[in-house]
Design a protein around this ligand. Sequence first.
Ligand code: DNO
Length: 357
Amino acid sequence: MTMRWFGPGHDPITLDKLRQVPGLSGVITTLYGSAPGEAWTKEEFAALKREVEASGLSIAGIESVNIHDSIKTGAPERDKYIENYIATLNVLGDAGVRMVCYNFMPVFDWTRTSLFKARKDGSTVLSYDQKIIDEIDPEKMFSIISSETGDAVLPGWEPERMARIKELFEMYRGIDAEILFENLIYFLKAIMPTCARHEIKMAIHPDDPAWPIFGLPRIVTNREQLLRLARAVDHPCNGVTLCSGSLASNPANDIPEIIAALSGRIHFAHLRNLRHNAPGDFEESAHLSSDGSLDMHAIVKALRDSGFEGPARPDHGRQIWGETDCLPGYGLYDRALGLAYLNGLAEAVEKAARARQ
Ligand code: DNO
């Protein structure tokens, strides 16, 4: 069980605090200073690794090594950026990293319409309402997010990137779901030999929410698409991040069933719960099954039964107990409560399975 740590200078929550969370063995991190497409250096990564290990924790995987837009759009310069990606994988592989999470969402990474929706219990959560998205100009999306976060830079919502939003939309003109899928396959085929050599498991993150937004195609939203992707590059290093919250944004997705179908190809798990308010309208919740719409016990059990062995982490939590010094969704308190609960589920599921043997 791991937790996401945004790295020095980016995460107000220190490794000293994280290491006191019971049952935490490692962190999931990245070089936040690096832009998509840049090759990471051995020295930069070694410094990050030293800092994590000095706290007694380890790096359990990278979230994310982001993909340059020219790779997603299949632009002529994509091969240069794939070379850079391979150089980064070599640095990571040499340093012992065995899991890399990434996404293939055009323009926007995960999208929410509010980062601080108030709940009856006095906490706040991230939420999404399609009706709001339908009414806004995509170019305004960044100002909505930044008006709520102030100076904090959310991963996927970097100001430098959002300043180029018009240009980004232009780049994706004419890119439909099929072309995007082909570009993903081209990228995966190019990096597989490097992944195989280092035993690095690639774990694509599902699109969040799990449907196309602003007319942009999204190709990692359900069981069929995930299976198609796994089969198109049929290598154990081509796998998936099982993000319960992203996939379950569409209530038609049956998460335990998706886990069973992808057995052997899930390399990372993001575990969180959410509550459906109406079609296209959901809000995140505490991890506990009874607080949201998902059966978290069934999800943890399905992962165990599928033979999942990768890192898992509690995902977004509520902001509770007056915690404000954190990135939205990534406070310490509710994620630590979530982790303790998930560890309890995992222990119970494991013991029940052994008792049956
Ligand atoms: C949001 C995260 C995503 C995720 C990326 C993976 O909280 O789940 O930003 O890290 O999509 O590349």
